[in-house]
Design a protein around this ligand. Structure first.
Ligand code: KIV
Length: 281
C-alpha cells in the first residue's frame, strides 16, 4: 500500500514537476476505488449537492451533509489526503464560525485540509483558519457558490481586466497563508502564469495542462452525472449506460422467470427436505 502523501509531498511534487492527481469522492466505495487507483488527493466537494442529492446547485448544501460524506470517504480511503469543502454560508458570516466549521472537518471527519471559495474577499477567513493550525486550499476563478454574482457557471479571466483580478486573487490567497490553491475554469495562459508565480501547489479544474495537478468531479469523469457536462470534463467511462443496461437486463430476467437461478438459492440441508415434505404434505 502506498504511503499517504502530505503537504510537503505536494510541495516536492510541484518542485519536481510530478503532477498531482486529484478527484472528488462522496462515498465509501468510490473512495476505496480511488485509493486503489492511486489518487494522490480526494476532495469531498460540495458538488455532492448536485451529484448525490440532485440539487440544481451547491448553495443548499449544509455542514452536516459535508461531514457525513467526509466520514464515509475517510473510511474508504484511510491512506489518502482528503480535503473537505466548506459549504456556502459556513465561513462567510464570521471568522469564529469559519474557524469552528473548518475544525469540524478535521475533528469529526478526519480530513487533512479544507477548501473554501474566493480570493481577496476571503483573506480574513483564510488567515483565521490557518492561524488555528488547519491546512487551507484556496479556490478561485469560477467559484460555483457565487455563480449568481458571476452571471452563471462561466469561465473567468478571459479578458486582461478579469485575468488581472484572478492573478490578484491567487497572490492574495497565497499571502494569506493557504498551502494550496485550485483554479477553476480559467484560460491556460493565465493558469500557467499563476503556477510559475506561486510557491504553493496549484491545482486545475478546467485551467489547462501547466498547473501542478488536475482535479475532475468523479461523477463527470465516470459518466454518472447527466444534467450537464462542462467543457473541461473528459469522460473516462459511461457508468450511466453500464448501470442502466444492467438494470434493464435484471428487469427482463425477473419478468421472464430467469432470475434467480438454482445457484442463487439456499437449498435445505441434506435429509431435511424429506422431513419437511412429510410434515407439510
Ligand atoms: O465541490 C466541488 O467539487 C468543487 C469543484 C467544482 C472544484 O468545488
Amino acid at each position: 500500500m502506498a504511503k499517504k502523501k502530505m503537504i510537503h509531498d505536494f510541495l516536492r511534487m510541484k518542485q519536481e514537476g510530478d503532477k498531482i492527481t486529484f478527484l472528488t469522492a462522496y462515498d465509501f466505495p468510490t473512495a476505496q476505488f480511488a485509493e486503489s487507483a492511486g489518487l494522490d488527493m480526494l476532495l469531498v466537494g460540495d458538488s455532492l449537492g448536485m451529484c448525490v442529492y440532485g440539487y440544481s446547485g451547491t448553495v443548499p448544501v449544509v455542514m452536516d451533509q459535508c461531514i457525513y460524506h467526509c466520514e464515509a470517504v475517510r473510511r474508504g480511503a484511510p491512506n489518502t489526503f482528503i480535503v473537505g469543502d466548506m459549504p456556502f454560508m459556513s465561513y462567510q458570516s464570521s471568522l469564529e464560525k469559519a474557524v469552528e466549521n473548518a475544525g469540524r472537518f478535521l475533528k469529526e471527519a478526519g480530513c487533512d485540509a479544507i477548501k473554501l471559495e474566493g480570493g481577496v474577499r476571503v483573506v480574513p477567513q483564510i488567515k483565521a483558519i490557518v492561524e488555528a493550525g488547519i491546512l487551507v486550499m484556496g479556490h478561485i476563478g469560477l467559484t460555483p457558490q457565487s455563480s449568481g454574482q458571476l452571471g452563471g457557471h462561466k469561465a473567468q479571466g478571459r479578458t486582461l481586466e478579469t485575468a488581472s483580478i484572478v492573478v490578484q486573487d491567487a497572490l492574495a490567497v497565497q499571502e494569506a497563508g493557504a498551502q494550496m490553491i485550485l483554479l477553476e475554469a480559467i484560460p491556460p495562459e493565465v493558469a500557467a502564469y499563476i503556477t510559475q508565480k506561486l510557491n504553493i501547489p496549484v491545482l486545475s479544474i478546467g485551467a489547462g495542462l501547466d498547473c501542478n495537478g488536475q482535479l475532475l468531479i468523479v461523477s463527470d469523469m465516470i459518466g454518472q452525472f447527466q444534467a450537464f457536462t462542462p467543457k473541461f470534463v473528459k469522460k473516462y467511462c459511461n457508468v450511466a449506460e453500464v448501470v442502466t443496461n444492467a438494470m434493464k437486463d435484471y428487469v427482463a430476467e425477473v419478468k421472464a422467470g430467469k432470475f434467480p437461478e438454482d445457484d442463487h438459492c439456499y437449498h435445505m440441508i441434506s435429509g431435511e427436505k424429506e422431513k419437511f415434505d412429510t410434515e407439510f404434505k
